[in-house]
Design a protein around this ligand. Structure first.
Ligand SMILES: [Zn+2]
Length: 274
């Protein structure tokens, strides 16, 4: 994509911080694969923040992902994940998607296009709030196909009630959603995990990897895998695909659940990217 980027403004929204055994996210660095000198090291729990991205574009308002639900404890209990990824209650300021949107004086009805990176419980959980008859909801076709075959309450981190019956428009491959805003097909974490590319007029390209890459430490090089990956080879290919785009564009890469990087992000309502 070349040419002048359209005027737009991007906000990162805080949508809930989970805590977890970081072994879920990264298999290295003394977290799981330890040498004999570290065999008695304690398990390391840390923050696993989630975010959404809101883009004010001349052709519409785009939201990327929806974070964790307020009723996470009840909703996740049948999966067992409530004990592995408990959500920290926000102490002050915006914490969940609704309050983060409200901090910008917005509600789900103000969103023209919702793009879901994938349908896991910490990304698609609040998508039903956008069944308002006007918000378009977009996800990857392979993700929707895979998720639609799940029987019962859940499978892995897919909870059927998060997405069943949503009027999802599917996309395949790398697709421009609006001028300067594209999804990149990056499977591996799930069947159809997507990343988001935004070509900002002043600050250049930003890539939001969602769970295609959890952490800066996963990015490498070399890329380092994690405990929750549907297809390791596809995952690795996706990381290298993103690396290629990042190198070509000089993009800043924002990872899906990086607690350290999250401290540097500019959150709504005060923070923005242009
Ligand atoms: Zn996630």
């Amino acid at each position: 994509m070349t040419g002048a980027a359209p005027e737009m403004k991007l906000h990162v929204l805080s949508t809930g911080v989970m805590e977890t055994d970081l072994t879920w996210l990264l298999l290295k660095g003394g977290r799981t694969i330890r040498d004999r000198h570290h065999k008695d090291d304690p398990v390391v729990w840390g923050d696993c923040p989630t975010h959404a991205v809101l883009i004010e574009h001349p052709e519409g308002r785009v939201l990327w992902d929806t974070g964790v639900p307020r009723d996470w404890e009840e909703r996740w209990a049948p999966t067992g994940f409530h004990d592995f990824f408990p959500v920290k209650e926000p102490v002050d300021g915006p914490g969940y998607l609704d309050s983060s949107l409200a901090s910008l004086e917005l509600t789900p009805d103000d969103v023209d296009i919702l793009v879901l990176s994938h349908l896991h419980f910490d990304h698609a959980a609040n998508a039903r709030d956008f069944m308002n008859g006007r918000t378009r909801i977009i996800a990857n076709d392979k993700e929707v196909e895979g998720a639609s075959k799940i029987q019962g309450y859940s499978q892995g981190a897919h909870i059927v009630s998060d997405y069943q019956g949503l009027p999802i428009e599917t996309v395949s491959g790398d697709v421009e959603i609006l001028p300067g805003i594209s999804v990149i097909e990056t499977p591996g974490h799930t069947w159809g995990t997507m990343s988001l590319r935004v070509d900002l007029p002043q600050e250049g390209t930003k890539i939001f990897t969602s769970d295609a890459v959890y952490l800066r430490d996963s990015w490498g090089p070399p890329a380092v895998g994690a405990a929750i990956v549907w297809n390791n080879l596809a995952w690795l290919e996706s990381v290298e695909k993103l690396r290629g785009i990042a190198e070509e564009t000089g993009a800043e890469v924002i990872f899906g659940h990086d607690g350290e990087q999250a401290k540097q992000l500019r959150y709504a309502p005060d923070g923005e990217y242009r």
